[in-house]
Design a protein around this ligand. Structure first.
Ligand SMILES: Nc1nc2c(c(=O)[nH]1)N[C@H]1C(S)=C(S)[C@@H](COP(=O)(O)O)O[C@H]1N2
Ligand SMILES: [Mo]
Length: 223
């Protein structure tokens, strides 16, 4: 855990929920053993389609004010920055439509996101040559890790809007990550800090039995 994570928030996290998810991972539940490497189906193995967008988190939904919100981008970079919400919104913007695949087996098609593409973040802070990994740190104490390569996939956004409206608090507003190629636990809500690193730093669920990557097509649910 990093020094800026708030112990008061972490103390309120739903222990029961965490234990039940860890048990699911230990038992290897939801695995079909039939990967779809060629993406022959739109729905990855073991998933089912939902229309409504479920809410999943650790039970703490930070109430963040855009007027005082800050995003810190730092670590192994040439130019660390701390952005206000207005400064964040002044960065290059992009839209992307993608499907959500949650490791708890629900998927939701055609989510229209708007935000700052990962490429614009990299152009802003310029990771040093030996930076290979990225960690998202969130205002609820949550963390999740990615390779720099996965972060730079063209559909990765630091998103502020969904279907043309600002992200709601329960879905991670004002700003969350969207990493469509992996299961949705990699898409950190309430982002507070983006850290570039030479070494991999497994995040909250990666340390509790989830896979270090999370490809839905090859069922990288548990690690
Ligand atoms: N900050 C934070 N981000 C998070 C989580 C969390 O607990 N805290 N949960 C992850 C998990 S497990 C999922 S499935 C998605 C759920 O996003 P949603 O509530 O918008 O559907 O958020 C991910 N990002
Ligand atoms: Mo999840």
């Amino acid at each position: 855990m990093s020094d800026d994570d708030d112990p008061n928030l972490l103390g309120r996290i739903k222990d029961k929920l965490i234990r039940s998810k860890q048990k699911t991972a230990e038992e290897g539940r939801h695995l079909t053993g039939a990967p779809d490497r060629a993406h022959e189906n739109r729905l990855p193995p073991g998933q089912h389609l939902v229309e409504k967008w479920p809410v999943l988190d650790l039970g703490v939904q930070p109430d963040l004010d855009k007027a005082t919100w800050k995003l810190r981008i730092e670590g192994l970079v040439e130019k660390p920055v701390t952005l206000s919400f207005d400064e964040f919104m002044a960065l290059p913007q992009a839209e992307d439509v993608s499907d959500i695949h949650c490791v708890t087996t629900w998927s939701r098609y055609d989510n229209r996101w708007a935000g700052v593409p990962s490429r614009a973040i990299v152009d802003l802070v310029r990771p040093k040559a030996d930076a290979r990994h990225v960690v998202f740190h969130a205002y609820d104490g949550y963390t999740t890790n990615l390779t720099l390569e996965a972060f730079l996939a063209p559909d990765v956004l630091i998103a502020h809007s969904w279907e043309g409206a600002p992200l709601t608090r329960e879905h991670g507003g004002p700003v969350r990550a969207i990493v469509p190629q992996w299961y949705f636990w990699k898409s950190a809500k309430w982002i507070r800090r983006i850290e570039f690193s030479a070494v991999d730093k497994p995040g909250f669920w990666e340390e509790r039995g989830y896979h270090n990557e999370g490809d839905p097509w090859t069922e990288q649910r548990y690690g």
